[in-house]
Ligand binder design. Structure first.
Ligand code: CMP
Length: 138
């Protein structure tokens, strides 16, 4: 079984048609994709997803970007999935991301950074529940 985390291939990466390359990297790294869906978020839905960041100066810009085009949302499963997925993504700012990470390869800026991952078990539970019902993960 292992742990579950919520992963997003963000609108910048979908628009640039690197979804398949990112999914290949996910599977090669040993994650099981337990659920997956393409979503077009409204501004309000993006604000709900990123509610923990609502006081941050980048909140308006971030939620506009995240609702600007389709994204792919996934539940990834692996032992230590939350930490492992964050390691594969690399640092939020691609300028600081290690070589070999997804953000180093695919991100364009700290905002248009190709992927998202939950940062803790409580966040993962909220974020998975935001997009998927229990029946999708049975
Ligand atoms: P993510 O891991 O999805 O979590 C919050 C997002 O806010 C982050 O990736 C970036 O897309 C975006 N963001 C924009 N500016 C910043 C910033 N200065 N620090 C952190 N996140 C930022």
């Amino acid at each position: 079984m292992g742990e579950r985390t919520l992963a997003i291939i963000k609108p910048d990466a979908v628009e640039r048609r690197v979804t398949g390359r990112i999914i290949r990297r996910i599977e090669d790294a040993g994650f099981t994709i337990r659920a997956m869906r393409r979503v077009q978020l409204s501004k309000r839905e993006a604000e709900g997803f990123y509610a923990v960041h609502r006081e941050r100066p980048f909140f308006a810009s971030l939620t506009s970007f995240m609702s600007s085009g389709p994204a792919i949302v996934m539940v990834l499963e692996a032992p230590d999935a939350i930490r492992q997925w964050r390691t594969l993504m690399g640092a939020t700012d691609p300028a600081k991301a290690d070589s070999g990470t997804l953000r180093k390869e695919f991100a364009q800026s700290i905002e248009r950074n190709a992927t998202h991952g939950s940062d803790a078990p409580e966040t993962a539970a909220y974020e998975i529940g935001y997009f998927f019902a229990g029946v999708d993960l049975a």
